[in-house]
Design a protein around this ligand. Structure first.
Ligand SMILES: O=C[C@H](O)COP(=O)(O)O
Length: 247
């Protein structure tokens, strides 16, 4: 049985005052689902100290554990200040920082070396979907981005169609289910049924209180990676509640 996961990615949002939102999420986080918030680097340590019953993660890490990389943060540094998870391969990193699957793979391995759980993002562009290439793209990203050594404890995959991020556009539940079933099958084939069935698969892209329950009812959807609607407890709590109530 996979424990469901409600993950919030605050992206480049949040000053110190934003930490007050965490306390508003704590009651909902007592439910059956795990709750994870990934604030900007500047708030990771403070969030880890403040949060009760909520896991804290980074939004990226460097592939090396230390060295001359001005402005970067290593997985070991995230772990050291209280993070338990890290997002890697988000499409905004792939676009803004030209990250390729090989980079994502190296970051994932570095995070595992530091003892962090990785939330690894995959997803197709609108052009790729309209060309009916979605499953090829997702299959390629999974093959190239995920290192050997995955387990249900160290890896979470987030399917985030790029065209659905921050746009209010959401795939149909059939489209989400098709990709999630495909990812499950690919993970089972590569890592064996035991591991493949234990890796949690999140959906991300314009998840809101109004559509969360419908998305969480889709087969092989084990939770969500939520951007905008994770910034405020008033928006995120109904999503956590919907996940707690999901079949
Ligand atoms: O990491 C989160 C995703 O990019 C989704 O963002 P969004 O919920 O604002 O569409």
């Amino acid at each position: 049985m996979r424990t469901k996961l409600a993950a919030g990615n605050w992206k480049m949002n949040g000053l110190t005052q934003a930490l007050s939102e965490l306390s508003g999420m704590e009651e909902a986080a007592k439910g059956a689902s795990e709750v994870l918030i990934c604030p900007p680097f500047t708030l990771v340590g403070a969030a880890a100290n403040a949060a009760k019953g909520i896991a804290i993660g980074g939004q990226d890490c460097h592939a090396e554990s230390s060295g001359a990389h001005t402005g970067d943060v290593s997985a070991a540094m995230l772990k050291d200040c209280g993070a338990t998870h890290v997002i890697v391969g988000h499409s905004e990193r792939r676009t803004d920082h030209d990250e390729r699957d090989e980079d994502v793979r190296a970051k994932c391995a570095a995070a595992w070396n530091a003892g962090l759980v990785v939330v690894l993002c995959v997803g197709e562009s609108l052009d790729e979907r309209e060309a009916s290439n979605t499953l090829d793209i997702i299959g390629g990203q999974l093959a190239k981005s995920v290192p050997d050594g995955a387990t249900g404890h160290n890896l979470v995959i987030a399917y985030e169609p790029i065209w659905a991020i921050g746009t209010g556009k959401v795939p149909t539940t059939d489209q989400i289910g098709e990709v999630h079933d495909f990812m499950r099958a690919r993970l089972e084939k590569r890592f064996g049924e035991g591991v493949g069935r234990s890796v949690r698969l999140l959906y991300g892209g314009s998840v809101k209180p109004s559509n969360a329950a419908e998305i969480f009812a889709v087969s092989n959807v084990d939770g969500a990676l939520v951007g905008g609607a994770s910034l405020k407890a008033a928006d995120f709590v109904p999503i956590i509640d919907a996940l707690n109530a999901a079949p």
